[in-house]
Design a protein around this ligand. Structure first.
Ligand code: GTP
Ligand code: MG
Length: 453
């Protein structure tokens, strides 16, 4: 499964692996290959476009970590973005209500509803120790109810006895009655296959939804139909409240376009993948594992994660070291700003240090936003090394040059210089008392906080 997509993405990565420095032109060329790989794998155009738009600034803005290559960095970025597109978190069936949990299974003809109903029941019984009753509401296709009954008998799953001549709504009432007497935890309703253009059949589904009031409406969609599977999901959503998707025939799907587009286009999470005809060929859908399967790069991803973690730790330790020594140059401040942007602003950094909860609260309340950090970063980058080490030498003409270079104005530069001076004083105060003083510090001095705004 996903072999085609994997091959194509790998060739894009081999391009990135050859380069040593990332500039916009090279990023564009590599991204063009990824875009092509996604489109050729039937990923929806809108999803592909958004994917590339989201990845691009991350690739260009990224400082390449030492001990990994640009190619490895990009694999990690693409991996994270894939997980996002696939739905970020593992979604589970909504089983938390008072039993019986009612699950309605819907979908096109031949998509794999009956097989998936039995697989789901088997999964619930075996993995979650639930007692399950299966009920077929397919009175239209000859022997459809018997098909489910046979699957039940073969796999020790209870099915509602078949009574010829009953309508779907009547059968569903009988099933609900039966579970209220025999106490199953879950009742799964298999329905007849229908096309979205068959108005009458779609109306029947609405009626069943009203009657049964299911906790879950599961759409079974054939991943081999690619884009169509996604369109079908959107059509079904117009009639009933879909809450989950099972993608079937993943075993034959080399492209994976449906899997990649489904969540982003419909907003409805994929909860299971069906990977064959057998009863146990159903897997819970884990976006991170799927991304790993598509990229085949799990090792690289964990390597980059590890290196990034070590580096963050190194940086934090360096900042703490500087604070202890009472030295606080603009280089340290620049590091700190970058750190802040990464971990969610100033309060993110402070939350990593012990005993500064009061400061964190003050900063949260003062609404310091990222645009301010960006401006400050630009100002520091416009300083010479001498100026960063010794800000006292920054007089009128230097200020003008720095303001021009950073696209800010002199008052912003003044503000930053003043802030740096105040922070240096705070750091000195803290360093006198060693690290313990950081904990004893009673919040940020109000004049410093005001200046930050
Ligand atoms: N390879 C493969 N075959 C599958 C999968 N799921 C179902 N099938 C097969 O697809 C065929 C149709 O499956 P059903 O479960 O009867 O489909 P259905 O949606 O209930 O069909 P109707 O009730 O006629 O609408 C059967 O031969 C299944 O064995 C899957 O994940 N992989
Ligand atoms: Mg069926």
């Amino acid at each position: 499964m996903f072999e085609n997509l994997t091959d194509k993405i790998e060739s894009a990565f081999s391009f990135f692996n050859k380069i040593t420095r990332l500039d916009e032109k090279q990023a564009d060329e590599g991204l063009r290959k990824i875009r092509q790989a996604l489109l050729e794998s039937d990923v929806a155009l809108s999803v592909t476009k958004k994917f590339i738009e989201d990845v691009k600034p991350k690739i260009i803005g990224q400082e390449v970590l030492k001990s990994v290559t640009p190619g490895q960095m990009i694999i990690k970025i693409v991996n994270d973005e894939l997980i996002k597109v696939l739905g970020s978190e593992k979604s589970e069936l909504n089983l938390g209500n008072v039993p019986p949990i009612k699950i309605l299974v819907v979908g096109l003809q031949g998509s794999g509803k009956t097989t998936s109903t039995a697989k789901l029941a088997h999964f619930l019984q075996k993995k979650l120790s639930k007692k399950v009753l299966m009920t077929s509401l397919d009175i239209y296709r000859p022997a459809a109810q018997q098909q489910l009954q046979v699957l039940g008998n073969d796999n020790d799953i209870k099915t509602l006895p078949i009574v010829e001549g009953q309508l779907p709504v009547e059968i569903s009432k009988r099933a609900l009655n039966a579970v209220s007497l025999s106490g199953e935890d879950v009742v799964i309703f298999d329905t007849a296959g229908r096309t979205q253009i068959d108005q009458q059949m779609m109306m029947e589904l609405k009626q069943l939804e009203n009657e049964i009031q299911p906790h879950e409406i599961v759409l079974v969609a054939d991943s081999l139909t690619g884009q169509d599977a996604v369109n079908i999901a959107q059509e079904f959503q117009k009639t009933v409240n879909l809450s989950s998707i099972i993608l079937t025939r993943i075993d034959g799907d080399g492209k994976g376009g449906a899997a990649l587009s489904m969540k982003a286009v419909t907003g409805c999470p994929i909860k299971f993948l069906a990977t064959g005809e057998k009863i146990d060929q159903l897997e819970a859908f884990h976006p991170d594992r799927i991304a790993n399967r598509i990229l085949g790069m799990g090792d690289v991803v964990s390597l980059v994660e590890k290196v990034a973690e070590d580096l963050e730790q190194e940086k934090i330790e360096k900042i703490e070291e500087d604070i202890k020594k009472g030295s606080f140059t603009f280089d340290t401040y620049l590091q700190q700003i970058r750190q802040m942007k990464k971990v969610g602003g100033m309060s993110g950094v402070l939350s990593m240090m012990p005993g500064v909860s009061k400061m964190k609260k003050q900063i949260d309340e003062s609404n310091l936003d990222e645009s301010l950090l960006n401006k400050q970063e630009a100002i520091i980058l416009s300083m010479t090394q001498k100026e960063r080490d010794n800000p006292k030498i920054i007089g009128g003409s230097r200020k003008k040059r720095i303001a021009n270079g950073s696209g800010t104005d002199i008052s912003m530069v003044n503000k930053l210089l003043k802030q740096h001076k105040m922070m240096t004083n705070v750091m000195k105060k803290m360093s006198k008392g060693g690290r313990g003083a950081l904990q004893g510090l009673d919040g940020i001095p109000p004049d410093l906080l005001n200046n930050l705004k």
